[in-house]
Design a binder for this molecule. Sequence first.
Ligand code: AMP
Length: 461
Amino acid sequence: MTFESLGLSPELLRAVAEQGYTEPTPIQAQAIPVILAGQDVQAAAQTGTGKTAGFTLPILHRLQPLANTSVSPAKHPIRCLVLTPTRELAAQVETSVKTYGKYLPLRSTVIYGGVNIAPQIKALQGGVEIVVATPGRLLDHVQQRTINLSQVEILVLDEADRMLDMGFIPDIRRIVALLPAQRQNLLFSATFSDDIKKLSGGILRVPVTIEVARRNATADLVRQVVYPVHKDRKRELLTQLIRTLPITQAIVFTRTKHGANRLCGQLERDGINAVAIHSDKTQSHRTKSLSDFKEGQVNILVATDIAARGLDVDQMPYVVNFELPHVPEDYIHRIGRTGRAGTPGNALSLVAPDESRELADIEKLIKSKIEAVRVDGFDSPRAEAAARPPRSAPADRATPRSPRTAHPQPEPDETPVRRTPVDAPRVSASGAHFSRPPVASLGKKTREVPALLGGLVKKAP
Ligand code: AMP
């Protein structure tokens, strides 16, 4: 299939060709015709599938007849509103709108908190057809009457599951109530839980459902590995992996802001070029860190889950879970940062004995065991035990999992204390000598693993 065959305008096809895309990704092939036909869509598509172009291109096509070069703001009412959970994702989506719409006189702007509101007001006053926004700041504009949503024809909820997790649903309902009843609605979500279905049921009308990835599937091209290691030696192992694989570019996830700062400082002391990105950092710092990272001036981005949401870095080769997330779905989001749009990626998880429960929950969610690789000098039997808890463990958990938050979830300053059994019996894991470049795997085990660690790696028992 080609982009031409989807019926997109020559201006859009030109912009797409400039990006070097030769054919639509599956989500694009399925979503674009439906959106062009004006239908509502609910799509289960994780990040990295090309979903942004999947909705941006047909939206631009639909708005193209209304595009004009008039200087009158009245000729540029907001016709499309895209809501995203984070500032970074909002910025990236709006960049995509500008990239794909570069040959069309349609205007767009991005609205998010943490920055001066005045330039946003100015942009809105000048007239824009497409607004990409995070819910909180958008409502600030509503309250200040600096935004008029009465002519919105298309609503997009991007990463709806994240918005749900972050407690944005009441805000979203408030915003939806301000929109004209007659409109097209598009909802994108990495995972497709019953809560998301409930949300979409209240907003979408007779939507076409598109599912390009298995429900809760991990990214297709991501090779996942667990490194059993004691908590106190994680930083040392990470430095070793960065140097020996080598890892030239990676996002390293920590659970807490303090953890991110601490790890970043330690890596820098080890001579590794790293920056931390989390919600305590100013927006300008976050933007600069991200652009330094994208340009290769910084090798390691140490990030919390919230800060990393929506980050799109082309061809990110590695994602490292310095700590496993408490919420297993976050694992899918994290590793979705690598293996994007056809490029193979690696997701490495450093797993300490006290993370056995998290690992079991993740493996249950992805319905597959993650390959364990032991590194000489780091593979204490205790750590190995943690990496392989008994398969029955999740059912009879000793401590209840922290509930999903109903309100915007702040990034924790410190890791909450959780008691988890560490004395689970050892279960053998598959392992292999690394001899070839990374091999894609989803669910099924691959026996060929990359020439990553050289002599460092030995076969797991
Ligand atoms: P997304 O899932 O929207 O975050 O997109 C992930 C990445 O895929 C982005 O870096 C896009 O530039 C890239 N991409 C989108 N569509 C295509 C395509 N048809 N072919 C190749 N890459 C694409």
